[in-house]
Design a protein around this ligand. Structure first.
Ligand SMILES: C[S@@+](CC[C@H](N)C(=O)[O-])C[C@H]1O[C@@H](n2cnc3c(N)ncnc32)[C@H](O)[C@@H]1O
Length: 356
């Protein structure tokens, strides 16, 4: 396998490629990260990897899958393209890492408009691997989609076909072990981790998530910053209970304090506090009346000013960027950072504000 692997493809959230690349570059001796290779958002390519410790890569909190890249080519939209995919894959020296007894699994993804499905891609790729091994060894390797020894990863995004070996393990890396309680609008932990990074939070700081839901941001912050002290609050007592379960499962309950309360009155809820950072994922307003949502954002942003240190920052992820930026301007916040990410079929905005 070593002979074939020069490049590693990492998947992450579209819009957070630079966060993932910075984390990976920090642990690599060799290799250079290329953001959005072949024009693909949510992908980072590590080029010319010579020496690396896979377990260290798998520990990076901003990434979702780790693929040892075997090849890429352009493909069309029509059904005939499946034949091209088959022929392309059949030329790959799978015998370097598949023996006639290796149990093979294929996972596939597809984005864009095509006359074929992701299942069609998986079928032709699997067939190409099997035919190649039969040709080389004269024996058909077993297929095991549930417990494979090796997982072949194939995807078509637009007109790009990618083939590799998925070394992520049984679950994508955003699937964190501490998730005992699943909040109905829980934030993906990779995004929560990145929010904390983009907020500029440092070790030893005092951090608040006043609309914490199941506690994802608090936990990712506590794991990232082992000397930070964290406070979390939610208006719904059941969510606070759920957050407590998650915080406990993550082993950070000694540094995270949770309470039930209202983010519209932060000056009353946290009277006398001076937080370095507020990092939060407020409701997007899908199930709220527009006036209620506007009032929530307005009072949250206003009352945050009374509990933030001078120069403290407020970081939030929302689809309500216009409303947030308008209110921030009115209240005198300085906009330090703004970016758009794509998650769950929605474009969301990460905004970092500094208290004036
Ligand atoms: C998008 S969810 C947060 C999800 C969380 N980031 C997670 O990963 O589980 C927004 C949360 O804000 C809470 N919320 C809504 N209005 C609030 C208010 N006035 N004060 C405090 N929390 C509020 C909701 O109960 C909900 O749990």
């Amino acid at each position: 396998m070593r002979k074939l692997i020069k490049d590693i493809l990492i998947t992450t959230i579209p819009g957070l490629e630079d966060v993932a690349a910075e984390d990976i570059q920090g642990i690599l001796k060799y290799g250079k990260c290329l953001l959005s290779p072949y024009g693909l958002r949510g992908r980072v390519l590590i080029r010319d990897v010579k020496e690396f410790d896979l377990s260290k890569i798998l520990n990076v909190k901003s990434i979702e899958r780790v693929i040892f890249l075997l090849g890429t080519t352009r493909v069309g939209k029509d059904k005939n393209s499946l034949r091209n995919i088959y022929e392309y894959c059949k030329e790959i020296a799978f015998e370097e890492f598949v023996t006639p007894h290796t149990r093979i699994g294929v996972v596939s993804q597809r984005e864009g408009e095509h006359e074929y499905t992701s299942l069609d891609i998986a079928k032709v790729v699997g067939q190409a691997v099997i035919d190649r091994i039969i040709e080389v060894y004269g024996i058909r390797p077993p297929v095991d989609l549930e417990y494979p020894d090796i997982t072949i990863y194939a995807e078509v995004i637009g007109d790009v076909f990618i083939i590799g070996i998925d070394r992520t393990g049984p679950k994508p890396l955003h699937d964190r072990e501490y998730r005992r309680f699943l909040h109905p609008s829980s934030l993906r932990p990779t995004i929560a981790y990145s929010l904390v990074k983009l907020s500029g939070a440092k070790n030893g700081e005092l951090i608040l998530d006043p609309m914490c839901g199941g506690g994802t941001i608090l936990i990712e912050a506590a794991l990232q910053l082992p000397r930070a002290k964290l406070y979390g609050m939610d208006i719904n007592p059941n969510f606070v209970k759920g957050a407590f379960m998650n915080v406990k499962a993550a082993g950070v309950s000694d540094r995270v304090i949770l309470k039930v309360g209202d983010a519209r009155n932060l000056d009353r809820e946290f009277h006398g506090f001076e937080f370095d950072r507020i990092i939060t994922d407020p409701p997007y307003g899908i199930r709220m009346r527009p006036r209620g949502l506007k009032r929530l954002y307005e009072r949250f942003l206003q009352s945050s000013l009374n509990i933030l240190k001078d120069d403290g920052t407020l970081t939030l992820i929302t689809i309500q960027s216009k409303l947030t930026l308008r209110l921030a301007k009115k209240l005198g916040y300085e906009v330090l950072h703004k970016r758009t990410i794509y998650q769950g079929g929605l474009y969301s905005h990460i905004i970092v504000l500094r208290k004036p």
